[in-house]
Design a binder for this molecule. Sequence first.
Ligand code: NAD
Ligand code: IPM
Ligand code: MN
Length: 346
Amino acid sequence: MIALLPGDGIGPEVVAEARRVLETVCGDALAFEEGAVGYSAYEAGGHPLPDATLDLARRADAILFGAVGDPRGDALPRGQRPEQAILGLRKHLGLFANLRPARLYPELADASALRPEVARRIDLVIVRELNGDVYFGEKGMRTTAAGRREGYDIMSYDEDQVAAIARVGFETARARGRRLCSIDKANVLETSQLWRDVVIEVAAGYPDVQLSHMLVDNAAMQLVRDPGQFDVIVTGNLFGDILSDQASMCAGSIGMLPSASLDASQKGLYEPIHGSAPDIAGQGKANPLATILSAAMLLRYSLGLSDEADRIERAVATALSHGARTPDIGGTTTTSAMGEAVLAAL
Ligand code: NAD
Ligand code: IPM
Ligand code: MN
């Protein structure tokens, strides 16, 4: 059974298209159950991640997630904000390894923020740690001795967390171009120094993979200067969040990038890297391809259906080559018409 968690904003619009694609490719072989998450779940029952949804996610073979977030949620106490739904699912289910592939579909060379000859070279995977870092440390608001307000968020990683994500990075690189770049801020942060030390220790088990290290500020610059230099990137929760949005624009649009969040046994939650996009919600403008490509990753990683996953990825390329373009990639195709273009290609 696949749990569908559409969420807020454009989440339901893009998940609906991905569901149609899954139904077309797999027919009756897949069963779906839908659950509430995010602001809509909060409105209905007072919590962004209801127990029933968490239970559904635990029972599912895999989870397809849309997006959460609503401007009305921004004033709520942090524990009730819509974003807690996705953070809670990642933590409760032990989904520590987030794979965010970014590559340019040749048809979209003009949609990239980069010159086509630079953009064309982008084909990388960001392996982002999801269960630690400044996201999950102690945080709060307090008053200083001088009576001033102070906000704080503790950044930390323990060595087991770093070793676990480093192994995913090395394994991912081993299955691709055998080059791994670890991104940190070891020149300033102790958290990053431990990160770098542990990545180097883990590297001893992967002599066939070429390891390099880069400071995150330089990495942000290199991603737009020459994204083709990267094969696999491994990095922490916060840096990975920021760099993956940046990589998406090098590859054409944030509406194009899928992701897989995996636990230690390949159980996974699959979601586009983008958010609920309240600015375009309900207007038929959302690009559903990131979610459709996330559904392909779901078939490949959690259900072992790689032929079906390949079919979906080829159908996306065909739809693009036939000229289907939502506004974010320079056209006027609607969300559902983009879904139909993929279905037609299937
Ligand atoms: P966002 O990703 O929602 O949107 C950023 C920009 O990209 C907007 O202009 C939006 O219109 C555009 N965009 C995003 N997805 C698109 C798509 N599929 N097609 C076309 N255009 C698209 O980021 P934001 O505006 O910073 O955040 C909005 C809300 O989403 C916030 O509440 C945030 O917390 C939440 N958020 C949730 C997730 C998630 O659920 N995993 C991820 C990121 C942000
Ligand atoms: C993402 C999002 C989330 C994150 C938010 C909504 C908690 O930006 O999945 O990239 O920061 O991880
Ligand atoms: Mn993000």
